[in-house]
Design a protein around this ligand. Structure first.
Ligand SMILES: Cc1ncc(COP(=O)(O)O)c(C=O)c1O
Length: 508
């Protein structure tokens, strides 16, 4: 299949439509709108038909990469397919139109879904209590570390614990969350892609509050020494934190609770039916062992008889960390995903993700070196170091893959691998897609250095000068129709057009 992304010289909506002659929303004539809320000036919107708007956004979408058109081998972030059935359920009026601050008695169904999802995730994590509240993995990490802090504050007999340990393969949000929670971070070296147990044993001490670990780790390798790791951390009086962003590799096969973790965050926006990316709404839910449960954020959703309610009276809780109760739309998607897969189906999801990763890793074995040789879980890491001798780099390979109609894998992470390419082909990729991906990587690697260094060639936007884009950052649209004399300073700063300025002539 040859690939060529659409290229439109697409103007802004403001440039397509003639300036509106009258208010688009004539609030002045709507009965019942109080005088002080009525619009006094026409809205500065263009006059544009519905079809023009649809065509505009459709054209923009065709100039983009998306999971609906391309394979998305982005490692670590677990970009996955969002099943249509989950989307449909999340968009039903009864769910989508609920107001977050409606009285509890009018949202019993929504509360029941939250409660049921929490119970389902308790089973999945093997931990006895779950709160869905955090809006992202990073917020879940931060909240969990606040819980760890509160726990040690309530247990002075365990000493003053100031350190959080992390492997050098940790995702960047882990040390950032630990530092924000007030801890000193200490990196533990890896050996053959896994935690070096001797280094960990030497580092744990009476200062250790927690060890943060992703399992399988960011190299896609299962930390098989997890029981010894748990023993070393617990033996020193510390707690074990599970970064569950890679949970899709072990669903239904093992669990954080079974591995000895005390607290975990999961990313519903990766493992449970909502794609990650673009910073969209997420859910970095928390799961806690019995001793950390009292510290979970409030409110908790509790069931009394047949009624569901929010409970705020939890004196040890770290408090509220998100408006309302978090991102409800994601809970619906995740709950639907749990229901239609069931226990056996979830196992199948992770087995398939692991099979896909191993198949692609095997097929690419002679193409680029794989620094860690054990069997991989759901993702694998290749090194583009040999490419340098031929005059190009991992970045060029990633850009060239766009010309094949394939989104770039994660590059230069984990940082312990030189010229890293981190590849994840989740369970939803078919055998055909995997073969197409493998063939594309092979073709790109064999390509001429000139083609690679100047790629991509088939996309709507060519390679940008990233240094210049960062140095001359412009985040607002400058309306060329504004006569420069009217707002010279704003226009020079690239600021948006002031709402009151009259529309000028169209740009040449
Ligand atoms: C291993 C790992 N941990 C934590 C995170 C942070 O999650 P979020 O992006 O939702 O904050 C990610 C995100 O990609 C991740 O891959």
């Amino acid at each position: 299949m040859s690939f060529r992304q659409a290229r439109y010289d697409e103007p802004l909506l403001w440039e397509i439509g003639a300036p509106a002659a009258s208010p688009s929303v004539p609030t002045a004539s709507i009965p019942g709108v109080p005088g002080n809320l009525r619009r006094r000036r026409p809205l500065d919107w263009p006059e544009i038909s519905e079809l023009e708007v649809i065509r505009h956004f459709t054209r923009l979408s065709q100039m983009n990469f998306g999971i609906t058109t391309s394979t998305y081998p982005l490692g670590s972030c677990t970009m996955k397919y969002n099943p249509a059935v989950s989307e449909q359920i999340a968009r039903r009026r009864g769910a989508a139109e609920v107001h977050p601050y409606q009285p509890e008695e009018t949202v019993q169904g929504s509360l029941e879904i939250i409660w049921r999802l929490e119970k389902g995730l308790e089973k999945v994590t093997g931990l006895p209590a779950v709160s869905l509240q955090p809006a992202a993995g990073a917020q879940g990490e931060y909240a969990a570390l606040l819980m760890v802090r509160a726990y040690f504050r309530d247990h002075p007999e365990l000493g003053t614990r100031t350190e959080v340990l992390l492997p050098d393969s940790a995702h960047g949000t882990n040390p950032a969350s630990a530092a924000m929670a007030g801890y000193v971070t200490k990196e533990i070296a890896s050996k053959n892609g896994c935690v070096d147990l001797d280094a960990l044993r030497a580092a744990v001490s009476e200062r250790t509050a927690a060890f943060m670990l992703t399992n399988p780790n960011t190299g896609g390798i299962f930390e098989s020494e997890i029981e010894a790791i748990a023993k070393a951390v617990h033996g020193a009086g510390g707690l074990l934190y599970y970064d569950g962003a890679n949970l899709n590799a072990i669903l239904g096969v093992t669990s954080p609770g079974r591995m000895g973790f005390d607290v975990a965050h999961l990313n519903l926006h990766k493992t449970f039916a909502t794609p990650h990316g673009g910073g969209g709404p997420g859910a970095g839910v928390l799961a806690a062992s019995a001793k950390l449960e009292p510290y979970l954020p409030i409110p908790r959703v509790v069931k009394t008889g047949r009624r569901f309610r929010f409970e705020y009276d939890r004196p040890k809780s770290i408090g509220k960390i998100k408006t309302a109760y978090g991102n409800f739309g994601l809970y619906l998607r995740a709950y639907a995903f749990l229901l239609y897969h069931g226990e056996e189906g979830l196992k199948h999801v992770s087995r398939r993700a692991v099979l896909n990763a191993n198949y692609a890793a095997h097929e690419l074995a002679d193409t680029l070196p794989r620094p860690f040789r054990p069997l991989v879980k759901h993702e694998f890491v290749l090194s583009g170091t040999p490419l340098k001798a031929r005059g190009f780099r991992t970045l060029d390979l990633a850009k060239r893959l766009l010309d094949e109609g394939i989104h770039a894998p994660t590059v230069y992470f984990p940082s312990l691998v030189d010229e890293a390419l981190m590849i994840e082909l989740p369970e939803t990729e078919s055998r055909n897609d995997l073969d197409r991906f493998v063939a594309a990587v092979k073709r790109c690697v064999a390509d001429s250095p000139e083609q690679l260094r100047s790629a991509p060639h088939s996309t709507s936007v060519a390679r940008v000068d990233e240094v210049r884009a960062a140095r001359e950052l412009r985040l607002s649209w400058k309306d060329l129709r504004t006569p420069p004399s009217s707002e010279p300073e704003l226009a020079a700063a690239g600021a948006p057009r002031p709402r009151s300025s009259p529309p000028g002539p169209a740009p040449p």
